[in-house]
Write a protein that binds this ligand. Structure first.
Ligand SMILES: [Fe+2]
Length: 346
């Protein structure tokens, strides 16, 4: 009895080991077909484009979402054995830092020829997928359209004392906005501008969502924010009393800054080929449209529908923008954080 039982026990163990071994092998095979995307875009906004890519390319995408800074640190730590294949960022700042550290591989596509070169890394280690514009929003119950500020620099005037708000530098576009001013107007001017804004009661709120709500609610007459927050506010409540201004549009003005939303292939990616296909898919109209519509961004590729055009949103080429590349803006971001980090804290 006992030897027999022992035999059965050992046979069961062997069978179990075979099953476990098979499961491990299957898991490894499945892992090889999985593309790991590190994304600092909100998951719900990027999910439709990712799902369409999975279907079109026949790959499974593992989406890992965190802040761009955290992802950049993770990619650096994993440098010797990358776990991620694709990085999807917000503005160019962290992508440019990773390029400088040699953490990104090049990616080329004929579609990139249709996007002005200023929006990508010169060596194509990061590429733009969509863009956002830094505008002013105002409360139409408090400010008549003809009286709305036409320039960021109007906001230091007594007329706007205590009436303007902006998001903290936790929002990368606040950093990029000041970096663009620093690039065009220089350090002395920008230091004085920020000091004058603060002296005029500029309110620093936590994020852009707080800014759009504070403006719509009449708490602040003006908000310095991104164009799509105007659309998000109207999506929340179509009757919101909000207007939009593309500032600094005069012939001698700096123009309204535009920021690339970036994507990159991580150097040493285990699934580099599939990663390239994903990046290509995100640039093609089929995938790009989903990204643009996910957060009401503006397309960089010609011929795509512009969300909010009927509500006053302007596409690339329909307004004046600074003569700056994304690299020039990104390079000044650490300096902006150093100079204005404490002033731009809620
Ligand atoms: Fe945002």
């Amino acid at each position: 009895m006992i030897p027999n039982r022992n035999f059965r026990y050992r046979a069961t163990l062997r069978a179990l080991a075979a099953v476990v071994g098979l499961a491990v092998a299957l898991a490894e095979a499945a892992f090889a077909a999985e593309l790991v995307v590190y994304s600092s875009r909100k998951e719900e906004l990027i999910r439709p484009a990712i799902q369409a890519a999975e279907k079109a390319l026949g790959v499974k995408v593992i989406l890992y979402t965190a802040g761009a800074g955290e992802l950049a640190r993770r990619i650096e730590l994993e440098k010797a054995n990358p776990r991620g294949d694709v990085f999807i960022g917000t503005t160019a700042g962290f992508a440019e830092l990773m390029r400088e550290k040699g953490l990104l591989d090049t990616f080329t596509s004929p579609l990139l020829n249709e996007i002005p070169a200023e929006f990508r890394a010169p060596d194509n280690t990061w590429v733009p997928i969509t863009a956002r514009v830094r505008v002013l929003v105002y409360n139409t119950n408090l400010v008549k359209p003809q009286e709305a500020p036409k320039s960021y620099f109007d906001l230091v005037a007594p007329r706007w004392k205590g009436k303007a708000s902006v998001a903290s530098m936790g929002e990368r576009t606040t950093v990029g906005w000041l970096a663009a001013i620093l690039a065009v107007r220089g350090e002395d001017f920008t230091r004085k501008y920020v000091a004058d804004l603060k002296a005029n009661g500029l309110k620093v709120l936590k994020n852009n969502t707080e800014v759009r709500k504070a403006v719509a609610g009449g708490e602040y007459a003006i908000g310095i924010t991104n164009h799509y927050y105007y659309l998000l506010q109207l999506q929340d409540d179509a009757k919101s009393p909000v207007g939009i201004v593309y500032p600094d549009q005069g012939p001698a003005d700096m123009g309204t800054p535009v920021f690339s939303i970036t994507a990159a292939l991580i150097k040493g990616a285990k699934n580099a080929e599939a990663a390239r296909s994903l990046l290509e898919f995100l640039l093609k109209p089929e995938g790009n449209r989903l990204l643009v519509e996910g957060e009401f961004e503006i397309p960089l590729l010609p011929g795509l529908h512009l969300p909010g055009a009927e509500k006053g949103i302007k596409g690339l080429g329909q307004f004046r923008r600074p003569a700056l590349s994304q690299v020039q803006i990104a390079e000044l971001e650490p300096k902006v954080e150093r100079l204005f980090g404490s002033a731009m804290t809620p």
